[in-house]
Design a protein. Structure first.
Length: 287
């Protein structure tokens, strides 16, 4: 009887391992695999983290130069960046699937060389959930939505931890020089909204718009969040020294490690929310 049960289990595993999987990417391409991929190359940190968040880190055989979480990824072969990947290095790894951003221009070239490519990215919470479900489907993960639900529960816990006086604080998050901002419709903007603060960049301007610096001066935010390497340039801009956040030193400068967590739309949304919440308390409510 035990032998029969064991054979049944082994048969189920074999069927599962060889079942076709499919999902549609952001290009509108339906990607079909004869079986869940065992060898994956990821060209985007958020996608690398999603694979690991789904409990499938062991399938990654190569990553882009920026994928650094979890730490085990740093031991994998690096194949360049998402925009400038090393095609030869990718081919040498013999991947069953390459995950990448639809903004990359190498997808068609990789496909012409016989590789399976799945191009997807996220700008909003809905996009993060969609990407998680799609990658989970390709990997044959039974219930990928659990990863999304866990992240959402974590964001809710962080939001409940903030004091009531944080609500309504007017915040400007500068993603990169330009200046490019995190708008209310981006996943960063949605996190700020969940934390109860007010984003000075409305959803109507898009997820990550390039702003006229004068727009920010006129908005006069209570708190500015920026990466450490962007602070020096910011405070020297014309008129910015008169803004409340600059004048009262309400600028939260994130380390490179913190920035990596906050700006990647994936399973670490709750950790990113905690970093933003600490900024709000430490700098926005410090005086």
């Amino acid at each position: 009887m035990r032998r029969v049960a064991l054979l049944c289990v082994l048969f189920a595993v074999c069927v599962s391992a060889h079942a076709k999987v499919e999902a549609t990417d952001d290009r509108g391409v339906e990607v079909t695999l004869d079986a869940p991929p065992r060898r994956i190359v990821s060209l985007l940190p958020s996608l690398s983290e999603t694979v690991c968040g789904l409990g499938q880190c062991q399938r990654l055989v190569g990553v882009d130069r920026y994928s650094n979480y979890p730490a085990s990824l740093r031991r994998l072969p690096q194949v360049g960046g998402g925009i400038d990947p090393n095609i030869e290095a990718i081919i040498a790894l013999k991947p069953d699937l390459v995950l990448m951003s639809p903004a990359s221009r190498v997808g068609e070239r990789l496909e012409a060389l016989g590789l399976k490519v799945f191009a997807i990215d996220a700008q909003s919470y809905a996009d993060v959930r969609r990407a998680t479900d799609a990658i989970g489907a390709l990997l044959g993960v039974a219930d990928p939505d659990k990863v999304w639900q866990a992240a959402q529960a974590g964001v809710d816990r962080v939001a409940r931890s903030l004091p009531p006086r944080a609500h309504g604080l007017r915040v400007y998050y500068e993603v990169s020089r330009g200046p490019y901002a995190a708008g209310a419709s981006s996943f960063l903007g949605e996190t700020l909204a969940r934390l109860g603060v007010q984003n000075i960049v409305p959803a109507s301007l898009g997820p990550f718009p390039k702003l006229n610096p004068e727009y920010i001066v006129k908005a006069n935010p209570d708190l500015i969040i920026v990466s450490q390497d962007g602070v020096a340039d910011m405070v020297s801009r014309p008129g910015w020294s008169d803004m409340r956040a600059v004048r009262e030193r309400r600028i939260c400068a994130l380390s490179s490690a913190q920035t990596d967590v906050v700006v990647r739309p994936g399973p670490l949304l709750a950790e990113g929310a905690r970093i933003l919440a600490d900024c709000i308390v430490d700098k926005g409510l410090s005086k």
